[in-house]
Design a protein around this ligand. Structure first.
Ligand code: UGA
Length: 433
């Protein structure tokens, strides 16, 4: 089918590339000329494993196109995906300016029947509103169907997830729209769940809120494990064997970050609040997460009488491994707090340093290897569980006069740290002293 995708962020670009890969004729449209020029040359604007390769393959073999022109993108499209951002407003609500503008742009350029598919995460009721906006702005009286098709891919494994997702949610109200979506998605071979539009919109928020709840829950349990002397990894493994609970998303750490959970949890609280419903449980999840981002600095404070002038290495800056994304990363709060306490902060990340430079306090210094970051430090804090960090030869920590590692991601076994004679504090596990 002839498909256009509006917006070339994580969701838009991955959607465009994967729809092209399964045989559709795809055009990605974005207003940012520089970005489009780069993508035309096969250069991905984001770091995502496998994305550049698949992009290039599809540009060459399947005619995947990039353009800034609405005329070019919309005039022949049978289906148009909206995948623009819905950033957080100061109130926590989702900002719908970009999706509404996309709807207007589409309406002004289509001249044949089109199915509009919303991939962006939007509050319940938005798709109906978008259909209204489109109908009001149509220049040619053509049939328009609207579909809510929320995205569930994870940064760092977005390409894999696109082809191996657990489900494709299709929220629609006409037989035609369901048929179009089934035709498009059949080659993915992923189970399709058909529902009404509002439920599809809600499935996205409820799923992210539930996963965030799992994380805050296990983080609270990890704090209690530390108090009672239990080990969170054994606890999570034992809990996860119950299929009703499930073993995934039970990894205790320094709280969730990224562009989705922090934004979507707050937006759902706001959506409920709009109907005067106080979503107490989710408010608790958000506040536990904020508190959890402070645990590493609290542990570090217990090791020194003062952090003034102490040299602290930060290993890992991105909100999770395999991405250069710094949005809502715990490293922002941790580095700010350390600087406020008078510490000298030197940070290393395999790929997020360029992004970090625009986000972290300018007083943060950067190292270009783990060794360089650790040399002469008083303590090393691990914030992101990159494979490179997990696989370190532990002797590297011997570069510290008195090796002290505070690990927010439980990267190493307690036995290995004991054997290496490194003072080691992690999350929800006994300390090695
Ligand atoms: C999340 C969801 O997992 C996707 O299904 C969803 O499509 C996406 O949001 C979105 O709404 O677009 P993402 O934010 O890319 O994906 O990353 P996750 O792998 O979910 O991790 C989010 C955060 O939770 C990270 O900071 C990670 O370190 C943390 N986390 C995750 C834990 O602390 N413990 C866990 O067990 C799992």
């Amino acid at each position: 089918m002839k498909i256009s995708v509006v917006g070339t962020g994580y969701v838009g670009l991955v959607t465009g590339v994967s729809l092209s890969e399964i045989g559709h004729q795809v055009t990605c449209v974005d207003l940012n000329e520089k970005k489009i020029e780069k993508m035309k040359r096969g250069i991905s604007p984001i770091y995502e494993p496998g994305l550049s390769e698949l992009m290039n393959k599809n540009i060459l073999e399947n005619g995947l196109k990039f353009t800034t022109s609405h005329v070019e993108a919309f005039k022949d499209a049978e289906v148009i995906y909206i995948a623009v951002g819905t950033p957080e407003e100061p109130s926590g609500a989702a900002n719908l300016d970009y999706v509404e503008q996309a709807a207007i742009d589409i309406a002004r350029h289509i001249a044949r029947p089109v199915t509009i598919v919303t991939k962006s995460t939007v509050p319940v009721g938005t798709n109906h509103k978008l259909l209204q906006i489109i109908k009001q702005n149509l220049l040619h009286p053509v049939r328009v169907d609207i579909v809510s098709n929320p995205e569930f891919l994870k940064e760092g494994s977005a390409i894999y997830d696109s082809f191996h997702g657990d489900r494709i949610i299709i929220g629609a109200e006409t037989g035609h729209a369901f048929k179009v979506m089934e035709t498009i998605n059949k080659p993915f071979g992923i189970p399709i769940y058909k529902t009404d539009i509002k439920s599809a919109e809600m499935i996205k928020y409820a799923s992210n809120a539930f996963l965030a709840t799992k994380i805050s829950f296990i983080n609270e349990i990890s704090n209690i494990c530390e108090l009672v002397g239990a080990n969170i990894e054994n606890v999570a493994a034992g809990m996860g064997m119950d299929q009703r609970i499930g073993g995934q998303f039970l990894k205790a750490g320094i709280g969730y970050g990224g562009s989705c959970f922090p934004k979507d949890t707050k937006a759902l609280i706001q959506i409920a609040g709009d109907f005067e419903y106080d979503f107490k449980l989710l408010k608790g999840v958000v506040s536990v997460n904020k508190k959890q981002q402070r645990v590493l600095v609290n542990k570090l404070k217990q090791c020194f009488s003062s952090l003034q002038g102490k040299k602290i290495a930060i290993l890992g800056l991105a909100f999770k491994p395999n991405t250069d994304d710094m949005r809502e990363a715990a490293s922002i709060q941790v580095t700010n707090e350390l600087l406020n306490l008078g510490a000298d902060v030197i940070a290393y990340d395999p790929i997020a340093i360029d992004n970090a430079k625009g986000i972290l306090d300018p007083l943060v210094r950067y190292a270009y290897s783990v060794e360089e970051a650790i040399a002469g430090c008083d303590a090393a804090l691990i914030l992101t569980e990159w494979d490179e960090i997990k696989r370190l030869d532990l002797s590297v920590f011997r570069q510290m006069e008195q090796p002290l590692v505070i690990d927010g991601r439980n990267c190493y076994s307690l036995d290995a740290m004991k054997e290496a004679r490194i003072e080691y504090h992690s999350i929800g596990r006994p300390s090695v002293i």
